[in-house]
Design a protein around this ligand. Structure first.
Ligand code: ZN
Length: 461
């Protein structure tokens, strides 16, 4: 992941243009993503796909003819979506076009002007303060013309066509944590999923520009909305710091509970936040006409770390440990969703006799007593209305332990998965069977039976 970030760090990305295509082409070398090209002018809800922006060079020469700011040395030097310009200006005329960070005098700021036509250059405040009166030459050799908005999409089929949607934006120039780290983590997450034999859910990764990219994808994929069961915006994942999970708009979605549980168990310093309509693409997914359950995972959020949107968000800021930990956390959250089955206890009258089934004090693992406790909780709660996640929250037992004990009880004939009666689960029952347990045949039978009787209340055996 670090090597990937290093390679793509110099590329000048924006919400459209060659840098985005170059980035997607590099990503396509890792996974079989599809690049979609949406023409400028395409209406997407209340917005319109903008003209495509491509930049060749941008520089500033001082009154002696010395080139003091040059896009070639750092893509942050030009304000993203600057209109083309070439001319001579006095210092006072030039100043409104120059952007700095006075509070961090050695850093170059990151600035954009996507929807207001203007041009700008960004430089360190130290350099700005040293500018002397005189005539400066500026050149911004850019195209702002009808073209396309590009985004990448990768669908990874699972046992059910119900999807987990992952969105990560790819519109920033030379910044490492924001947002190359999100691209790296989600790309390696996709690679890991592709290498897996079985997936309960289908996964859809969308890598596009912030705001206009998710709006475009949503506008072009209305028919797919009902298939999205869970979603996650995954960004800012390479700078060390505590995880921050931002809940979906509704706040009580399964992804919210899965993330809270995974973070409670594996990242005790993590921060859980309620939704607010600010931030990244989660606010598009959560808007009233759409209302998809899309949460957001970051480490320290946007605007809350000093290097944010400046040249200090560079390769030194991201670490392999932070990236690896982030990838692991994404997979852990998805693992909760994958294994969050709801079961029926097949011997629900009193406590079943575990001894004659070889389950009492015969269980493996490091902590037999904890396994037994998990078993009792699962048997008690498996009435078809409580999932493994419900039990984990209530019993405060580790989710993975409960999921593995549930499979043991299923193999021992004491639990059977309850079917939710959804079309998707029934149609794909046979491949769901193999998920992580290798008892495909027996599970297929259970699934098929429960699908047929999905709406018949279970009355016990
Ligand atoms: Zn940003």
């Amino acid at each position: 992941m670090l090597a990937f970030i290093r390679e793509l760090y110099p590329v000048c990305r924006s919400i459209t243009g060659r840098g985005v295509r170059q980035t997607l082409a590099r990503m396509a070398a890792e996974v079989p993503l599809e690049v979609r090209e949406v023409p400028s002018g395409t209406p997407v809800f209340d917005w319109t796909v903008p003209p495509e922006w491509n930049i060749r060079e941008a520089w500033l020469e001082d009154p002696t003819g010395k080139r003091i700011v040059d896009f070639a040395s750092n893509s942050l030097h030009v304000m993203s979506y600057s209109v083309p310009f070439a001319g001579q200006l006095d210092l006072e005329e030039l100043k409104p076009h120059l952007h700095t960070l006075p509070e961090h005098p050695d850093w170059i700021p990151y600035r954009t002007s996507y929807y207001t036509p203007r041009w700008g250059l960004c430089l360190s405040h130290r350099q700005y303060s040293a500018l002397r009166p005189g005539t400066y030459r500026v050149r911004i050799d850019a195209d702002l013309a009808p073209g396309h908005l590009s985004y990448g999409e990768l669908a990874i089929p699972g046992a059910t066509p119900d999807e987990i949607l992952i969105y990560s934006h790819l519109c920033h120039p030379s910044l490492a944590n924001d947002n190359l780290s999100g691209l790296a983590v989600t790309l390696w997450w996709a690679k890991a999923l592709l290498a897996q034999d079985h997936r309960r859910y289908s996964y859809r990764f969308v890598w596009g520009p912030g705001t206009i990219g998710s709006l475009t994808w949503l506008a072009l994929n209305r028919a797919r909305w009902p298939r999205i069961r869970h979603g996650l915006v995954a960004v800012l994942l390479g700078r060390p710091g505590p995880f921050h999970y931002k809940r979906t708009q509704g706040g009580g979605a399964e992804i919210d509970r899965a993330a809270a549980l995974a973070l409670r168990e594996h990242a005790p310093d993590a921060v859980l936040r309620d939704f607010d309509p600010y931030g990244y693409d989660e606010r598009q997914f959560g808007s009233p006409g759409i209302r998809l359950d899309v949460g957001r995972l970051t480490r320290v959020p946007n605007g809350e770390y000093p290097e944010y949107h400046s040249s200090a968000d560079n390769l030194d800021l991201v670490s392999a440990e932070a990236l690896t930990g982030s990838l692991q956390m994404c997979r852990t959250i998805a693992g909760v969703l994958e294994q969050n089955e709801t079961y029926h206890n097949l011997a629900p009258y009193g406590e079943p006799q575990l001894g004659r089934r070889g389950l009492y004090r015969a269980t493996g693992g490091d902590n037999p007593r904890e396994r037994e406790y998990a078993m009792l909780w699962l048997l008690n709660q498996s009435d078809g209305a409580h999932s493994v996640l419900d039990v984990a929250e209530r019993a405060r037992l580790p989710f993975d332990l409960l999921a593995s004990v549930a499979r043991e009880l299923e193999q021992g004939g004491l639990l059977r998965t309850a079917d939710e009666g959804r079309e998707g689960s029934c149609r794909s029952s046979s491949s769901a069977a193999g998920w992580a347990r290798g008892s495909a045949n027996s599970r297929t039978r259970f699934r098929s039976r429960s699908c047929r009787s999905a709406r018949v209340r279970f009355s016990g055996i």
